[in-house]
Design a protein around this ligand. Structure first.
Ligand code: FUB
Length: 340
């Protein structure tokens, strides 16, 4: 792009060789400066990534993603590992590579889908949907001593109901120390995680959230509401948020992002509105984080060259909350500026 820019400028102006060299140097400097203060979407441009899950730890934002392979098997999602990237300023990113993969989970054979990572007592827990060798989806957990892994499988599924709902885990630890793991498609479910983060309160069991229109709006997914998948659970200023991929009413369309709120971690939930309109990609997947005084929505699109529903790329947009905690619809954007 720089070459094109340079060629374009020197092609439309008559200059001596020396002024052209000076101009090229100046343009290179300006471009370098722009690169240092703004990072253009998609965040990762060398491979296809999806399902972004940010985690702020210390002065660093870690971004966990899935990885869409270039070569598809059976013309379906072909996803074998999870990736991690980190940044201290939203502009300069470090690629930590593959941090967990299907090869590390002896009982899984396919579908390394949307993860989320959380820290507790100095250890890192990565919750990951996978397809089991004996059939069906389940939620695996990897543990690491470092946010960038490598993660080690706990050797058995954490959630294994044997149905499609066992995907897309989102994890949050409340101020009283209780950890919640929500998940599900087409229903939203949760468990109360024990302190060890790798087991849950079996007496409470797997709780099903009532899939009502008040909670998730009328929509075209299987429950008759808009809730689809990819929940993202967090708390801000005493209000609990559930952000998720959603299907609008009418004929099934691509996913948009929507949110619901609650005064308690387990509901009842109240529909809040559309967070991001649908785009050309069939799926979208939210991940939200506050970092260095800014609020960010991570999402995915199919905007890299040769992008498709199976070849996605993670992006980020900055947004602000209204005074009452509600959020206006966020536009897909070009990228974000550097933060200190
Ligand atoms: O990326 C695979 C699956 O597609 C995820 O688990 C869903 O959230 C959707 O993005």
């Amino acid at each position: 792009m720089l070459l094109l820019l340079v060629a374009g400028i020197s092609g439309c102006r008559k200059k001596t060789e020396i002024t052209e060299i000076t101009e090229i140097t100046e343009i290179k400097e300006i471009t370098k400066m722009e690169e240092r203060t703004f990072h253009k979407n998609p965040i990762i441009k060398d491979i296809y990534t999806a399902d972004p899950a940010p985690m702020v730890y210390g002065d660093t934002l870690y971004l966990y993603t899935t990885h869409d392979e270039d070569q598809l098997v059976n013309n379906f999602y072909t996803m074998n590992d999870w990736r991690c990237y980190s940044t201290k300023d939203m502009v300069n990113w470090t690629d930590h590579g593959k941090i967990f993969s299907l090869d590390d989970i002896s009982w899984a054979d396919d579908r390394a889908w949307a993860p989320q990572c959380i820290e507790r007592n100095g250890r890192f827990y990565l919750y990951c949907p996978v397809h089991k060798k004996n059939g069906g989806m389940a939620i695996a957990v990897g543990i690491a001593d470092n946010p960038a892994g490598p993660f080690k499988d706990i050797t058995h599924p954490l959630i294994d109901e044997g149905d499609w709902n066992d995907i897309d885990p989102t994890v949050f630890i409340d101020d009283d120390g209780q950890a919640y793991l929500y998940f599900g498609n087409p229903e939203l479910r949760y468990v109360l995680l024990n302190e060890d983060m790798i087991s849950y309160n079996k007496e409470v069991g797997i709780q099903k959230i009532p899939m009502t229109e008040k909670a998730f709006a009328k929509g075209s997914h299987n429950t008759g509401t808009s809730y689809g998948e990819g929940p993202w659970f967090y708390k801000r200023n005493g209000l609990y948020y559930m952000v998720y991929a959603a299907f609008a009413e009418g004929e099934k369309r691509n996913e948009h992002l929507a949110y619901s709120t609650s005064k308690s971690p387990t509901g009842p939930w109240t529909y809040g509105g559309v967070l991001m309109e649908e785009g050309p990609c069939f799926t979208n997947h939210p991940g939200i984080a506050d970092f260095k005084g800014h609020s960010y929505l991570f999402y995915h699109t199919d905007e890299l060259p040769s992008g498709s529903l199976f070849h996605r790329s993670v992006c980020v947009a900055e947004f602000t909350y209204n005074a009452d905690g509600s959020i206006k619809t966020i536009e897909k954007c070009d990228g974000v500026s550097k933060v200190e």
